[in-house]
Every structure is written in structure tokens, then in C-alpha cells.
Design a protein around this ligand. Structure first.
Ligand SMILES: Cc1cc2nc3c(=O)[nH]c(=O)nc-3n(C[C@H](O)[C@H](O)[C@H](O)COP(=O)(O)OP(=O)(O)OC[C@H]3O[C@@H](n4cnc5c(N)ncnc54)[C@H](O)[C@@H]3O)c2cc1C
Length: 375
């Protein structure tokens, strides 16, 4: 009998647990540990902030979902790992102390390094939690004139909600008849005109921004936020009436000091999602050190690969399932300028870009289906 421990109740943990439950026979034990008892579907947080859905529409109870799949769920905080003795230290939860494992899948996501931007915590909204999105929603309700600054701080690595927020705000101001009183500025630390490192994507995005009169400021690396002003490390400053920023991302604290992370704390893994230098440990999702943006669909694929390889190892076989790193996303503009893009990040092939109202509809359908299938 093998004892498989999965850490994190986000996309990575849930998919790894489900895949393993399908592949392993009943004598093996699968346990999922997470800080919260709820799974939150992050890609819907922009719509939550704009009042288009409710928290209960985009979250589900992890314990129930796991029970249905014969996975034991423990609500607890993971403090640190002891890979040599194959133990995880849990605090503040249903189980406290050291939990042993035979195989580990680590999926604790990223840490929000708000401390790297002076004044971020005090003055900026963010969209990275249910509470953050609801608070931002309240601020949106009170915002009727002035400049809204929306963007990523250096090393944030999550462009989709930035553009979706800007488009949703543009539409909202139009509907309220406040278009002429509201200015929307998207800021990016990237030096390229608009993100994603591909000319066709940039053209599609630029067209959509121009149509909504959304200003885009590239090479704008924010390092300080004061009440009413954002300031960059290269000497620029702009005023704001409403601010939504994504802070820098870092790897999770529980693996700090183990010698398995890069300078930003992200875990080094190979293409089989094995943690380099550690036996029987896999890592998936926002916590790993792959290049490019950090996205849910990448996490899902990585979790499937890790689960397949753990199942192979348990069966005494080589872990031969391999992950391929590509970027696939829909930037929902709410109408005909919605962009679908797909680009391999480990090859030189040009991106596939499509634009049209269909993709906005397809994203909604996909999100609903995903939640129904996994809750
Ligand atoms: C607003 C927003 C919009 C997005 N839009 C898209 C999109 O359109 N398309 C797309 O592909 N991706 C999108 N993403 C990105 C996607 O949501 C992430 O890439 C994905 O959630 C990463 O999954 P994960 O399992 O690695 O981490 P997470 O989803 O962050 O899950 C980590 C889990 O671990 C738990 N945890 C963390 N630390 C501890 C601890 N110490 N102890 C116990 N538990 C802990 C957390 O509570 C959480 O349950 C979006 C993200 C956001 C925030």
C-alpha cells in the first residue's frame, strides 16, 4: 500500500487527487491537505468583482468533492517539508504535527510578495482572492470619475485578469454613461508595446485596447504606491482614483531553505514534474520554475503528468509521462474583440490567435463545465 500526500487545494491539488484516485486501486491511500476547505475558480474573479456572479457560483467544498473520490481531506496549514524523512509539518488545523508520506505532490501555488512594493498592502486592490475581488467590487461601485490604473507589478506573471478588468471597466463606464469622466490606464513592467512576445497577439490586443480608449503604458515597473499615486523604479509617476495591481509572485514559503528552489523561490522540476534532487516528490502549478505566465491550464496538465508518473512509480515502472509547456488563454473583452491565443513556450512556432464573440461564450461555457465536473 502506498501513501500519497497532495499539498494544496487549487487546480494542481484537485486534478492530481482526482487523477490518482482514478489510476490507483483502493488499497492505496490518497490525502489532500489545504489551508481552506473551499476550492476557488480564480479565472472567474474578474466577473465576481463586476457583480456578474456570486462567490458560491465559483467555489465548491473540497471535503465533499474529495470524499466522493475516496480522497481523505485535511484542512491545515503546511509549515514545512522534511523530504529526507518524507514528512510534512502541519500546523493550525485538523491535524497538527508531522504527516508521513511515500509520494508527495506539492501544489501550494505562489506567494504574493506584496512586501516588495512599498505601500501595496495599504493602498492597492488586488484580484487574487475571493475577498480581494469582493473588496475591489465595492470600490468599483463607488468609482464614477477619474483615472483607474490597472496592471502588473514587476514579476507578477498574470496578464489575463489585468486586460479583462480593463475591458470590463470600459464596458461598465459606458453602460453607466460615465465614459467621458473615466480614464483607464493599463500599466506593465514589460518593455514590449503590449505583452506576450508575439506580434500577432500584440496587434489583436492593441486593437481591442484602442477601441475602448484604454491607455497602455509599457516599461512601467511600479515599486511604490502612495495614496493617489503610483511610482516606478525608472522615475515615472501617475495619479490614480482607483487602483488594481497584481503584486510580484514568489515561490511558497514551505520549501524555503531546502535547496530545491531558484532565486525567486520557485521549485526546480524536470519535464516529468519530478522535483530535481529529491526522490518521490513532484511539484505542479504556480510553484514551479517554468518560464512565462503562470496559468491554470498549465497547472492542470502538470498535475495530470505528475499523477500519471506517481501511479507508474507505485507500479514499479519508470515515470515516462512528459509535460509540454504551452500558453493557451482567452482574454475576454465581453464581445467581438475577445482574444483566444495559443503559443508553445518551448518551441519557436508562431502563436495561433483568434478573435471574436464566440471565445467569450466559450470561456463561460468552459468555466461552468469545469466547475460542474470537479465539484
Ligand atoms: C484573477 C485571476 C484570473 C486568472 N485567469 C486565468 C485564466 O483565464 N486562465 C488560466 O489558465 N489561468 C488563470 N489564472 C491563473 C490560475 O488561476 C493559476 O495559475 C492556478 O490557480 C494555479 O493553480 P495552483 O494549484 O498551482 O495554485 P493555487 O490555485 O494558488 O492553489 C494553491 C492552494 O494551496 C493552498 N495553500 C497555499 N499555501 C498553503 C499552506 N502553506 N498550507 C496549506 N495550504 C496552502 C491554497 O489555499 C490553495 O488552495 C487566473 C488567476 C487569477 C488570480
Amino acid at each position: 500500500m502506498a501513501n500519497v500526500l497532495i499539498l494544496g487545494g487549487g487546480f494542481g491539488g484537485v486534478i492530481a487527487a482526482e487523477s490518482l484516485a482514478r489510476q490507483l486501486s483502493k488499497e492505496h491511500q490518497i490525502t489532500l491537505v489545504s489551508r481552506n476547505s473551499k476550492f476557488v475558480f480564480y479565472p472567474e474573479l474578474v466577473r465576481l468583482a463586476f457583480g456578474k456572479c456570486k462567490p458560491q457560483d465559483i467555489s465548491f467544498d473540497l471535503r465533499e468533492a474529495m470524499l466522493d473520490r475516496r480522497v481523505r481531506f485535511i484542512q491545515a496549514e503546511v509549515a514545512r517539508l522534511k523530504p529526507k524523512s518524507r514528512r510534512v509539518v502541519l500546523v493550525h488545523g485538523e491535524v497538527e504535527g508531522e504527516l508521513p508520506y511515500d509520494y508527495l505532490i506539492f501544489a501550494l501555488g505562489r506567494r504574493l510578495a506584496t512586501e516588495r512594493i512599498t505601500g501595496f498592502y495599504e493602498h492597492s486592490h488586488n484580484l487574487l482572492t475571493l475577498e480581494g475581488a469582493l473588496n475591489f467590487g465595492e470600490a468599483l461601485g463607488e468609482f464614477h470619475e477619474g483615472r483607474a490604473v490597472i496592471g502588473q507589478c514587476p514579476e507578477a506573471r498574470l496578464p489575463v485578469p489585468v486586460y479583462e478588468t480593463a475591458f470590463a471597466l470600459a464596458r461598465c463606464s459606458e453602460e453607466r454613461g460615465e465614459k467621458d469622466r473615466v480614464k483607464i490606464t493599463v500599466v506593465s513592467p514589460d518593455t514590449a508595446d503590449v505583452e506576450f512576445g508575439d506580434a500577432e497577439i500584440a496587434r489583436a490586443l492593441r486593437k481591442a485596447l484602442d477601441e475602448h480608449h484604454i491607455e497602455h503604458l509599457a516599461d512601467f515597473p511600479i515599486n511604490t504606491v502612495t495614496p493617489g499615486t503610483v511610482i516606478t523604479s525608472n522615475g515615472h509617476a501617475i495619479n490614480y482614483s482607483l487602483l488594481m495591481l497584481l503584486p510580484p509572485f514568489r515561490g511558497p514559503g514551505a520549501v524555503r531553505g531546502l535547496g530545491i528552489t531558484d532565486d525567486e523561490g520557485f521549485i526546480g522540476v524536470d519535464w516529468a514534474m519530478r522535483v530535481q534532487g529529491v526522490e518521490r516528490m513532484y511539484a505542479v502549478g504556480d510553484c514551479v520554475n517554468f518560464s512565462g505566465p503562470k496559468m491554470g491550464h498549465m497547472t492542470v496538465h502538470q498535475a495530470e503528468v505528475a499523477a500519471a508518473n506517481v501511479a507508474l512509480e507505485i507500479a514499479g515502472l519508470d515515470p515516462v509521462s512528459i509535460y509540454n509547456h504551452d500558453m493557451m488563454m482567452v482574454i475576454d473583452e465581453g464581445g467581438g474583440d475577445t482574444i483566444y491565443l495559443h503559443k508553445g513556450l518551448w518551441d519557436d512556432q508562431p502563436a495561433t490567435v483568434r478573435q471574436g464573440r464566440f471565445w467569450s461564450w466559450a470561456k463561460r461555457v468552459h468555466d461552468k463545465y469545469w466547475l460542474a465536473a470537479h465539484s
